[in-house]
Ligand binder design. Structure first.
Ligand code: GDP
Length: 472
């Protein structure tokens, strides 16, 4: 009998550890946004603040002291690059803190949390392990969804029409018009077209346009120079003989869809449970009305990805799965005094309204917030012309990336009525944030601010609570 006892105990032991690994919940958190929106800083700061506990009171499990440990583990997907947390944190916390390298491709990081249960269960069971799998990917890649239900002829016609309206497109347009798509393919010609088209996309992006597809042309990763990225929109010729430039461009366009876009949506996007979309709203507002309108449009397109019913390709991939929560976060709120944070969140919310209605339709819970993943400023109220203004103070970044002098700024007032920002009639008529905003390139503050300076982030804990607090 003692052998049998031992056996039973042994089996119980085994089944315990099996059930533990099988029932450890995994939350896949997608982090996206257009280039420079703040993805890298967001993830680095989120992980640092969860590991170095005590600064996330707005995350209920953390505030209640129920998170007993937080540690990094090997991620589950062996072929996806790991998010380079240590290097990014090193950049932000070194002797002379500097901003890390931005997101260029998809990457992943697993943070595991040991959490004591709350409420009724707390007396009965020990701590659980919850895995947070963070998936970082460029928002530009989501825009490619719009290519999936188009053929090359339709896409070409749409792009060439768009270029007509953008000064940055003039050079490519001229080249495309003198190109005969019916002529036999010559690789140097195809390369020249792709190069010129990429040059246009780069200029358009630098001018503040958000919608610059195909997404991989700007962020090619290891596909740089490959045939799937060597195509460009062309005017359709009368005839399209075999081996013509048009036929080959058409083939590559289809290859881009099936070999580049489809795997991304299948392997990464389709598996996300919770999503944060970071948006540099202040940057767009500063660039002016056309940039705001373009960003609104691009965000609506991006968020089309969260309304799978409208896209046959995506519905097939998702097979009923969906993102449960989506947070729209206006980043870099530390550029404004907190008295303006409400207005910023209001603008974020208005910008997202159209897109949000669609996502709500798909059953996801959504919220808009103004956050700063890493606070680079402190607040200061200064006398001004008999009254006072609410300023932010920070260390400026020199052109060469070194830390410059300290200065306090008042960037101007945000329009109090978000609708004013989005009225097409006003486009080109106004500039909303003062010239001061232009020079507000702050260096990151050392992660430990002095006591009394306030927390090292703005509402990062609230963002975390919305995104995954309910699962802890
Ligand atoms: P990504 O391209 O989305 O990965 O963007 P990054 O995370 O690299 O952020 C781009 C830039 O935005 C950084 O280099 C910083 O200059 C700025 N930035 C990002 N987050 C913050 C923040 O919380 N506060 C401030 N002041 N600047 C930020």
């Amino acid at each position: 009998s003692s052998i049998a006892d031992g056996l039973t105990r042994g089996i119980e032991g085994v089944s315990d550890s099996i059930s533990e690994t099988f029932f450890e919940p995994v939350i896949r958190l997608g982090v996206t946004g257009l280039s420079r929106a703040g993805k890298t800083v967001f993830i680095t700061s989120l992980v640092a603040n969860l590991m170095d506990r005590g600064r996330m009171p707005g995350l209920v499990a953390a505030g209640d002291g129920r998170i007993s440990a937080a540690f990094l583990q090997p991620q589950p997907d062996d072929t996806v690059p790991r998010f380079d947390y240590e290097t990014h944190l090193g950049a932000l916390t070194g002797a002379a803190p500097h901003w890390p390298e931005s997101t260029r491709a998809v990457s992943q990081l697993r943070l595991s949390l040991r959490v004591r249960p709350s409420g009724l269960l707390s007396g009965f069971s020990g701590p659980r392990t919850v895995h947070l799998d963070i998936v970082d990917y460029p928002g530009e890649w989501l825009l490619d969804l719009g290519l999936m239900d188009k053929d090359f002829a339709t896409w070409s016609a749409e792009m060439l029409t768009r270029l007509e309206g953008r000064g940055e497109g003039a050079e490519y347009l001229a080249l495309a018009k003198e190109t005969d798509g019916a002529a036999a393919l010559e690789e140097p010609k195809a390369q020249a077209l792709a190069r010129a088209y990429t040059a246009y996309l780069t200029q358009a992006r630098d001018a503040g346009y958000s919608d610059c597809t195909p997404g991989r042309f700007l962020l090619p990763g290891d596909l740089e120079g490959s045939p799937v990225l060597t195509f460009a929109p062309l005017p359709k010729p009368e005839t399209t003989p075999r081996k013509s430039l048009w036929r080959e461009m058409e083939r590559r366009f289809e290859a881009y869809k099936s070999r580049v876009v489809t795997p991304f949506f299948r392997d990464h996007f389709a598996r996300i449970d919770r999503q944060v979309v970071l948006v540099d709203v202040l940057g767009a507002i500063h660039r002016g009305p056309a940039a705001v309108e373009d960003m609104r449009q691009a965000m609506a397109d991006i968020l089309g990805a969260f309304r799978p019913g409208r896209n046959a390709f995506l519905s097939r991939l998702l097979r009923g799965r969906r993102v449960e929560k989506i947070l729209f976060a206006a980043t870099k709120a530390d550029h404004l005094h907190h008295t303006q944070h409400g207005a910023l969140a209001g603008i974020m919310s208005a910008l997202m309204r159209e897109a949000r209605d669609r996502a709500d339709f798909a059953g996801a819970e959504t919220r808009a917030m103004a956050i700063a993943a890493l606070r680079a400023t402190t607040e200061e109220t200064r006398p001004h012309e008999g009254g006072s203004v609410d300023c932010v103070r920070g260390t400026l970044l020199n052109e060469d990336g070194s830390r410059g002098k300290q200065a306090a700024f008042y960037p101007g007032a945000l329009p109090d009525d978000p609708a004013r920002l989005l009225t097409p009639a006003r486009q080109g008529a106004e500039k909303w944030l003062d010239a001061d905003y232009q020079v507000m390139r702050f260096a990151p503050a050392p992660l430990t601010l002095r006591p009394g300076d306030g927390p090292p982030h703005i509402r990062l804990d609230r963002a975390a609570q919305f995104l995954f607090g309910d699962r802890l």
